[in-house]
Design a protein around this ligand. Structure first.
Ligand SMILES: *Cc1c(COP(=O)(O)O)cnc(C)c1O
Length: 499
């Protein structure tokens, strides 16, 4: 009160939100802008052509004292923010996993921002809670996972896997929830097994859950980057002999570097025999299970205890939305439920309260966008798009294979191709050749990315610098993939001629 009195006479601090009229006007403007953007993302360089610090140096260091007109703010988005964006929606984005937002998903995200639901309890957003249950069950059916799997939405696969591992640990009945692990001589070393190609999020989950990196056993892979199941069995046996306690195996369907598929049926046999929790990380490839001809890659997943897939990776869902499926959701609940008095509700035993299943209290209304996407495209429409992505990647892989200047470095079971240029030089020693090809391919990648026309990324396979082309954008067509191939060959010719 005293603050208000202190203001010079005639000034009343503003209250309330933007007027409805103004919101409508700028709302239309923004939707028009987005509509133009999505119809020509190629107007921008796909990889932001800015230097570190460039945007920061153009922004005021301190916040405005008084509000500014919306028109000016939006003009600055255009002028300052857009040039500093790497355009994930660009159809020639082939880096990492090419993920993109679809229009129905963007509309869902807009509505969910407007509803601003904090879906921690059923009653704080019955719609969010129940739509989540329904839409995740739709997705389960589309992927062909059995009925016993119940789904829950998290932001990312990293967080979903961390929760799955916490559930696996809870199922051991070691009172870790109550007593923790520090200062407990009664606890053996807990061990989790994942292939050396598994995602770094598994290791991070073990760090976050207090197990440390020491608890991760990296299982070797075969010549096609798949977990060696007999090595897994041997490593478990060795651990048991030394008095460690194996508790979980993470199998990956669609590894991050090459999209290789671990032998899940053999891993599931071992888990059954050894009584270990089997978590399947299918963050990228899980979406492919909705495509009938790709379903065989998921054999054995029906026997997992938990399974994660990211609709935000390859199901055209704006970031973020990760779906965790669990056969024993009660373990997740047992690990995390904690209800203070002010969150008790009369219906709590009859409904699902999202906050019981993880670290977060408030939860975003993410199910809405996925519901809108599945309804808009339909199972058939989504499957056709994924199938087309695999065809495009297959086409690219064929071009690589047919050319003596290029080679494939891994099988391409989905929509990612690992390859490199390998032009020959007569009489070159092996070591010299590896060094030359690593340098050449890195240079090719940087040159192609510098054009702003195409963006790809790389990985290392057996120490070899590997180019990686990932198809996954809803707007990518054959023309974009062919152009990428042409660009690679132009740059290769340029570098070979110049050397
Ligand atoms: C991308 C990826 C992740 C991590 O996904 P986030 O949702 O970004 O945490 C985990 N596992 C695999 C196999 C991935 O490809």
């Amino acid at each position: 009160m005293s603050q208000i009195k202190d203001h010079p006479s005639g000034f009343a601090p503003p209250t309330g939100d933007m007027s409805a009229e103004e919101f409508r006007r700028y709302g239309h403007e923004v939707v028009d802008w987005i509509s133009d953007y999505l119809s020509h993302p190629e107007a921008y360089p796909v990889l932001a052509q800015v230097e570190p610090g460039q945007l920061r140096s153009q922004l005021p260091a301190s916040p405005p004292e008084r509000g500014e007109p919306m028109g000016e703010i939006l003009a600055d988005v255009d002028r300052l923010v857009v040039p500093a964006l790497t355009h994930w929606n660009h159809p020639s984005f082939f880096a990492y996993f090419a993920t993109s937002a679809s229009a129905p998903g963007i509309l869902g995200e807009l509505l969910s921002a407007a509803f601003d639901a904090k879906a921690m309890l059923w009653r704080t957003s019955p719609a969010s809670t129940e739509l989540e249950e329904v839409v995740l069950d739709w997705l389960r059916q589309m992927m062909g996972l059995p009925r016993g799997f119940e789904g829950i939405i998290y932001d990312t696969a990293s967080v979903a896997s961390m929760h799955a591992i916490a559930a696996a640990r809870e199922s051991l009945n070691l009172r870790i929830r109550e007593d923790g692990m520090s200062g407990r001589p009664d606890l053996p070393l807990l061990r989790l097994y994942a292939s050396e190609q598994s995602h770094s999020s598994i290791e991070k989950a073990l760090i976050a859950l207090g197990h440390g990196q020491r608890s991760l056993v990296k299982v070797p892979t075969d010549s096609e980057f798949r977990m060696d199941a007999s090595a897994l069995a041997r490593l478990i046996e060795e651990d048991r002999r030394r008095g460690a306690l194996p508790f979980c195996v993470v199998a990956t369907v669609g590894t991050t570097s090459t999209t290789s598929v671990d032998p899940v049926p053999a891993v599931a046999d071992i888990c059954e025999r050894e009584n270990l929790w089997l978590h399947v990380d299918a963050a990228y490839a899980g979406s492919a299970a909705i495509v009938p001809e790709l379903r065989p890659a998921f054999e054995g997943c029906e026997r997992a205890d938990s399974f994660v897939t990211n609709p935000h990776k390859w199901l055209f869902t704006p970031f973020d939305l990760s779906a965790l499926y669990c056969r024993r959701l009660d373990m997740l609940r047992r690990a995390f439920t904690l209800t203070p008095e002010y969150l008790r509700t009369p219906e709590q035993d009859a409904v699902r309260n999202g906050s019981d299943y993880g670290v977060q209290l408030g939860r975003r209304f993410r199910a809405l966008k996925l519901w809108m996407i599945i309804r808009y495209f339909g199972h058939e429409g989504l499957a056709a798009r994924l199938s087309e992505h695999c065809r495009l990647a297959g086409d690219f892989a064929a071009l690589v294979q047919e050319s003596s200047d290029w080679e494939l470095l891994a099988p391409a079971p989905f929509s990612v191709v690992c390859f490199r240029a390998r032009p020959r030089v007569e009489g070159e020693a092996e070591e010299e050749r590896s060094r030359r090809l690593d340098a050449l391919n890195e240079r090719l990648m940087n040159a192609v990315n510098a054009t702003g026309e195409v963006f790809i990324s790389h990985t290392k396979l057996n120490g070899v610098f590997t180019l990686r082309l990932a198809v996954g954008n809803i707007r990518t067509t054959e023309e974009h993939v062919r152009r990428a191939w042409q660009l690679f060959n132009e740059k290769l010719a340029e570098f070979s001629g110049g050397d």
